[in-house]
Design a binder for this molecule. Structure first.
Ligand code: NAD
Length: 499
């Protein structure tokens, strides 16, 4: 596929990283192995990336442990740590256009999203946690004159971060930034589908002056790299975003090794509920369409179940479909594209299989349903809407992680809550209503870690992010994420009378 004129020069000048970072230096796999890093834009090989193994994980963890134990980062003053992290944010900002281009090539997401959403949000995480790191206070306990007790937050040690491909750098920085800000060392394993921006940011961390061994990036596949990290006796915590299947494995690995902590950000089947008294049906229709089609549906909070009150169903579905029709599939590198390729052939086939399954279950295909632009070699699927979905439909139960919306109806608030909560997941939920009492009572009854009223995905880094039920546990974002990477130590002095 020809590269659009305005971006061709940038692509030609782009140097793709092809090394890991271990102990403050660029590194390759010990046995020299590499794998082909494929761009979903056209199915072509972008570059070769180290296919690390267990020995490489051991090396990175040893470097991280040594850095933690001698305190080269942990024991720096908050002021100095902050300076280094701010410097890293500045370097990411300096290289924003390159990072965005890499992210778009690596994932197939529109260059406009990578430039305006992914990379700026990753930079924001680094800045936010740098700003926060000296605003964490301990506690002084109540005691009589013969005691003095206090509790302090201490870093956990070596954090293993295993991250997904849907927002590669953004998700990585939700984890790496608070873990570093707390004084830990980190070994990051980015998803094999999209390792480039993590590899580059690890290089920038060296340039920013982060001491050697504090932030390591090891590339490769879930097995062996992710597994070796999660089974490692010298890793104190695994922080993960990805599938429930791997989340389960990580808990087993932790149980079978050193009982390391595990924090899991898994998927969802998030409901967006629209009542007939919705204060702005056009805004709700925009949110219903973009809530599921943004990032080609590859979002853990995707609003993949649309619940509409039966009296407005036909009118509302027409509005949502009109918005969805304007979402044109396009070349991710074209700056006007707002909807690009799916991450991989496998992920595309998962979406197409669910579409076929829905047809065979007799659901009503309202829009889309096809692979398009196949001649490019890339993995593109149209925004797809099914009507007549019910609670037992496969697409109402299984996470697709693709651009497929299922529309359901309800008659009143009680039924809306019942349908919304009828899922093993509990990540995000949303409702549109002008009735304050109804909104308040619904927010209490929805079993989800995130509830948005009259908007979708309407909060930011200041608020905790994470799920109930099988959507996982532990929170990214907010000060809670800083605490996640710390232990609490209680100290008590027994005092004698002053002489
Ligand atoms: P995945 O869970 O397999 O991969 C996520 C990360 O885990 C990657 O870095 C991968 O290398 C690593 N991993 C894989 N197997 C591992 C193992 N045994 N031990 C340790 N690490 C391991 O996700 P996927 O296969 O790329 O995508 C499949 C599904 O996962 C998607 O369809 C979607 O439902 C879900 N997913 C969710 C999110 C999210 O944001 N919650 C992100 C990506 C994928």
């Amino acid at each position: 596929m020809e590269i659009p004129g305005q971006i061709a020069r940038r692509v030609a000048n782009l140097v793709l990283p092809d090394t890991c970072v271990m102990d403050g230096a660029l590194a390759r796999a010990a046995d020299g192995a590499t794998f082909d890093n494929i761009s979903p834009r056209d199915g072509r090989v972008l570059n070769k990336v180290p296919a690390c193994g267990v020995a490489d994980v051991d090396r990175a963890v040893a470097a991280a442990r040594a850095a933690f134990e001698d305190g080269r980062w942990r024991r720096q003053s908050p002021k100095d740590k902050k300076k280094t992290l701010f410097r890293l944010a500045e370097l990411m900002e300096r290289d924003l256009d390159d990072l965005a281009l890499m992210e778009s090539l690596d994932t197939g997401k529109p260059i406009s999203d990578a430039t305006n959403v992914d990379i700026p949000l990753a930079i924001q995480s680094v800045r936010w946690y740098a700003e926060a790191l000296d605003k964490i206070y301990g506690e002084v306990g109540p005691s009589n004159d013969s005691k003095f007790s206090y509790a302090v937050h201490e870093p956990l040690g070596v954090i293993g971060a295993i991250t997904p491909w849907n927002f590669p750098l953004h998700m990585a920085m939700w984890k790496v930034a608070p873990a570093l800000a707390m004084g830990n060392s980190v070994v990051l394993k980015p998803a094999e589908q999209s390792p480039l921006t993590s590899m580059r940011v690890a290089q920038l961390a060296i340039e920013a002056g982060l001491p050697a061994g504090v932030f390591n990036v090891v590339t490769g596949f879930g097995r062996p790299v992710g597994e070796a990290l999660a089974r490692h006796m010298d890793v104190d915590m695994i922080t993960f975003t990805g599938s429930g299947a791997v989340g389960r494995q990580l808990m087993i690995y932790a149980g079978e090794s050193n009982l390391k902590r595990v924090s899991l950000e898994l998927g969802g089947k998030s409901p967006q509920i629209v009542f007939a008294d919705c204060p702005d049906l056009d805004a709700a229709a925009e949110a219903a369409a973009w809530g599921v089609f943004f990032n080609q549906g590859e979002v853990c909070t995707a609003a993949s179940r649309l619940l509409v009150q039966d009296s407005i169903k036909d009118d509302f579905l027409r509005r949502v479909t009109e918005v969805a029709r304007t979402i044109k599939v396009g070349d991710p590198l074209d700056p006007s594209t707002r909807y690009g390729a799916m991450i991989s052939e496998r992920q595309m086939n998962t979406a197409l299989r669910h579409i076929d399954q829905s047809k065979s279950e007799g659901l009503n295909l309202v829009l889309g349903g096809e692979r398009v632009m196949a001649e490019t070699g890339g993995f593109y699927v149209e925004p797809t809407i099914f009507d007549g979905v019910h609670s037992r439909s496969t697409i109402a139960r299984e996470e697709i992680f693709g651009p497929v919306l299922g529309v359901m109806t309800f008659k009143d608030a009680a039924e809306a809550v019942q349908i919304a909560n009828d899922t093993v997941y509990g990540l995000a939920s949303g409702l549109w209503t002008a009735d304050l009492d109804r909104a308040m009572s619904m927010t209490r009854r929805l079993r989800a870690g995130l509830v948005w009223v009259n908007g979708w995905d309407s909060c930011d880094i200041t608020m905790p992010f994470g799920g109930f039920k099988q959507s996982g546990f532990g929170r990214d974002r907010s000060l809670h994420a800083l605490h996640k990477y710390a232990d609490l130590k209680s100290v008590t002095f027994t005092l004698r009378e002053a002489r």
